[in-house]
Structure formats: C-alpha cells, structure tokens
Design a protein around this ligand. Structure first.
Ligand code: AMP
Ligand code: ZN
Length: 473
C-alpha cells in the first residue's frame, strides 16, 4: 500500500517516510505506566500523542497491533538502577501490598485514558506476568557473553557493543551526568553505563515481590520487561516503539542493547518520542508529588476532552507548558466548535468530490509528522467552506476517528445532560415541598426519610435562614 505517513524517527534524527516490515501491517509497542501513583497529565500527554499516531495509522489503512506493558516491578527511584523500587515506595505510602497498589493504579490509569478517548492497546501485559520470559532472555545474554554476574546481581555489559549510545551524539559523560546527579555509584558495575538485568542483592532487601531464578531469589531490572513483552507478542521485528523523551536514555538505549544482543539482528526501525508537558517549575513528574491529574481537572469543572484538544493544538516534538489560561480558552473554543457541528443538518446529500478534497487535506496535515494543530485548522476551514451540512457532518465524523474529540456527539450529550439536570431539579424541588409539609404536620420520620432518599441520589439538603437549599454531595 501507499506509505503516506512521515514522522520523526529518533534513531535516524530526521523526519522519515514510514515503511513497515510487512506491507499494510504495523507492529507497535508503547512503554506503559509505572503504577505506583496516579498518572499525571504529563504522562497522559505522551499517551494522547501515541494514540494519535495509532489512530492515524489505522485511518490511512494500516492494520495495527499495539502492545503496552504495565510496570509493576523493577523500576527503581533512579533510572540508573539505584534507590528504592517505586512500587514498594507506593505500597509503603498507602499501607497496602504492592499488588493492591498495582491493581488500583492500573485501573485508575485506564479510567483516565477512557476519559481522554485514548484507545486501549490490543494487548496489555503487566511485567509480573512474564518472569519466565525475562529469565530466559537474561540466561541467553549470559550464554552469549553480553552479561555478567557480580555481587549477586546480573548486569548487561555495555562494553561488548560496538555502539551503545545509538540515539545520541552527546558524549557519554553528558548523558551520565543527566541521570546520575543524586545517585550512589554501584561498585559491582564493570562499566559506568552497565545496567541491571536481575537483582538478588539490592540495597533494599525488603523488596516485597521476589521470584526464584538460576541466580537466586530476586527480581528483574526495569528495562528487560519491554524487550521481553514486545517480543512475546510481536516477535523478533518491530516497526514502532513509543515513549516520552525521558525514556530515550537510559531506558530505550538499554532496551535496544539487550534486544539486539539477544536476537543478533536489528530489532525496531522507528522510535517515536513525545516531548514533555512542563509546569512553571519544569517537567511534571510523579516523584515531585504535587502534580495535576485528570480527576483534579474534572473537579475544577473541565471536560477532560478539552485537555486532549490542548495537547492536539501543539506539536508532539515541542515541550508544552501547562497553563489554566490556555485551558480556559481551549474550553471556550471547544464548546463553540461542538455547538457549531451539533447544529449541522445531518440528513441530506454528501457531496462526494468536496468530501474527498477535505479528507485529503486532513490526511496531508496529519501525515506530515502528525501535524495535529494543522489538522484542526483543516476542520475549521472545512466548517466554513461552501458545501452541504451533510458533507460537513460526515467529514467531522471522519476526522474524529483520528482526533477523538467527540466532535459529533458532545453537543447532543451536553443537551441530554441539561435535560436530566432539569428533570432532577424539579424532582428535588417537589421533594423539598413534601418535606416542608411533613415537618409542618410534625411527621419528622417522613421528613427524615425524604432527606435520606435524596442523599442516596447524591443530593444534600441544607436548612438555611433563607429556606431549604440543595447541593450535590
Ligand atoms: P512512568 O509512569 O513514569 O513510567 O511514565 C509513563 C510515560 O509518561 C513514559 O512514556 C514517560 O516518558 C512519560 N512522561 C513522564 N513524564 C512526562 C511529562 N512531564 N510529559 C510527557 N510525558 C511524560
Ligand atoms: Zn519500556
């Protein structure tokens, strides 16, 4: 098939035409969340833009298989293999087991994804499901001479590779400084850039989850999971591997080192990285503790889809600074946009020629290194163009397969919500009158029953000097 899509490949450092290994099919892998806390809206920026890539591929006709891991073990506080396991830290913080924490935050992550219209990957695999696969890969790396045992841990020996820093033309020193500010040196490592494949001796011997292995009771390093999980489901060749830019080093660098040493050939052709969402103090991160979540935005009255639009209006290769002012403007623009689309007459003839002209404009924008803000401009231009309402409506529906902004459904849903609100309000007002009458007749049991029934619907009554008021619980 015609390969229309171009995007930036971190491996070659340029925008390239995308050509999959098998014509028409795409094998795609996404680094999933570390489930020790809620995802912040920065993490979700990465997943929104990866979702955009997947949906663009499907829109232009590819059959995509996408895999995501869930990191529920092995990701230590520092990416350079020191510090406490993040999962254990989360479990201690909440006085729960690691598995309870993992389940809770995995569910919370997919709940946030659903609110942002991020499609679930075809396969979702927690790292703790794949311990035998990790052990097999580590054993093979040892047999091939790419790994060594030292101080009870198994390390990957980066000096065995012709080129370890595949992504960057930065010097080794610069990269190491970036990750090692607050890190103790691990004396076991033969080379500074070596990394752990399996721990039996970490500084934190209260690690909750441990498994038997040929090297003793222990647990896997973080990087090994993505190599094994992707190969388990996609085989030896992959087309696209995604993540946020902070994954480039060391995580993705290490994934390539161990995967290609294990396989003996090139593994993945395209590396897609999303730049960070920053707040005023810099990169938004879970470890900083104070971060923004989808639920927090919702509690402030924002529709999560407005945050999706906020992300789509900026290019995935640029850092994005979060601001309420821009989000407010986006909210207003979104409301106007869906109202405009909601007012289109859907019945009528779709003008095929015009439909195709605009579909092509849209595809050209999105296939040009995922220029999502240009794609939204095509949407606005299309709404202003001279063609039938039915054509515009059909185009909005089509573009929304990629944008996922509820373009054709949001207005009707909002109207239905308002209708429900109006019905609920008249019911509450009638109940307040009934309660007033009950009180007047000193039937306090009935009055209390009315209050309790409303409370079970999430409505709280307040007796004030100005009379009875109600609010949502
Ligand atoms: P984690 O849950 O920490 O493993 O991160 C999940 C994903 O979010 C990874 O792909 C990270 O690269 C990405 N990520 C982390 N912080 C940010 C941020 N501030 N902006 C965008 N993506 C991020
Ligand atoms: Zn990964």
């Amino acid at each position: 098939m015609e390969n229309k899509l171009h995007f930036y490949n971190t491996l070659t450092r340029r925008v390239e035409q995308f050509i999959p290994n098998v014509d028409g099919k795409v094998a795609m892998y996404t680094c999933g969340p570390t489930v020790y806390h809620f995802a912040h809206i920065g993490n979700l920026r990465s997943y929104i833009m990866e979702d955009l890539l997947e949906k663009t591929l499907r829109y232009i006709g590819y059959d995509v298989k996408r895999i995501m891991n869930i990191t529920d073990v092995g990701h230590l506080s520092s990416d350079a293999d020191t510090g406490e396991d993040k999962m254990l830290k989360g479990a201690k913080r909440e006085h729960k087991t690691v598995m309870e924490i993992a389940q809770f935050y995995t569910d919370a992550f997919f709940c946030d994804c659903a609110k942002l219209n991020i499609k679930k990957p075809d396969v979702i695999e927690p790292a703790t499901n794949c311990i035998p696969e990790f052990i097999h890969m580590i054993q093979t790396l040892l047999e091939k001479g790419y790994a060594y045992e030292q101080g009870g841990n198994i390390y990957f020996d980066t000096s065995k590779l012709k080129e370890y820093y595949v992504f960057s033309n930065q010097s080794e020193q610069e990269l190491l400084v970036g990750v090692r500010d607050d890190v103790d040196e691990d004396e076991n490592k033969r080379n500074k850039s070596d990394f752990v494949l399996w721990f039996t001796k970490s500084k934190f011997d209260d690690q909750e989850l441990k498994w038997e292995s040929p090297w003793g009771l222990g647990y896997p390093g973080w990087h090994i999971e993505c190599s094994c999980i992707s190969m388990k489901h996609l085989g030896e060749y992959m087309d696209i591997h995604c993540g946020g830019v902070d994954n480039i080093f060391p995580h993705h660098t290490n994934e390539i080192a161990q995967s290609e040493s294990y396989l003996g050939h090139k593994w993945c052709n395209y590396w897609f990285h999303v730049h960070h969402l920053n707040d005023k103090s810099g990169k938004m991160s879970k470890s900083k503790g104070d971060f923004l979540t989808v639920s927090l935005l919702e509690s402030m009255g924002y529709d999560p889809i407005v945050y999706r639009m906020f992300c789509l209006q900026s290019h995935y290769r640029k850092p994005l600074e979060f601001s309420y002012e821009v989000l407010d403007n986006m909210s207003a623009a979104y409301e106007k946009l869906v109202k405009r689309i909601g007012s289109l007459q859907q019945d009528g003839e779709v003008e095929q020629e015009k439909y195709h002209v605009y579909r092509e404009k849209f595809e050209a924008a999105i296939c040009d290194d995922l220029n999502s803000s240009m794609a939204i401009t095509v949407l606005y231009d299309m709404l202003k163009a001279d063609m039938s309402d039915a054509t515009k409506y059909a185009l909005a529906e089509s573009f929304d397969q990629v944008l996922s902004l509820n373009l054709t459904t949001a207005h009707a849903a909002k109207a239905a919500d308002n209708q429900v609100d109006a019905e609920l309000e008249s019911y509450i007002l009638a109940k307040i009158e009934e309660r007033k009458a009950a009180k007047k007749e000193k039937d306090f049991a009935k009055a209390d029953a009315i209050r309790a029934e409303l409370l079970s619907r999430g409505i709280v009554l307040e007796d004030t000097r100005e009379g009875v008021k109600w609010k949502r619980a």
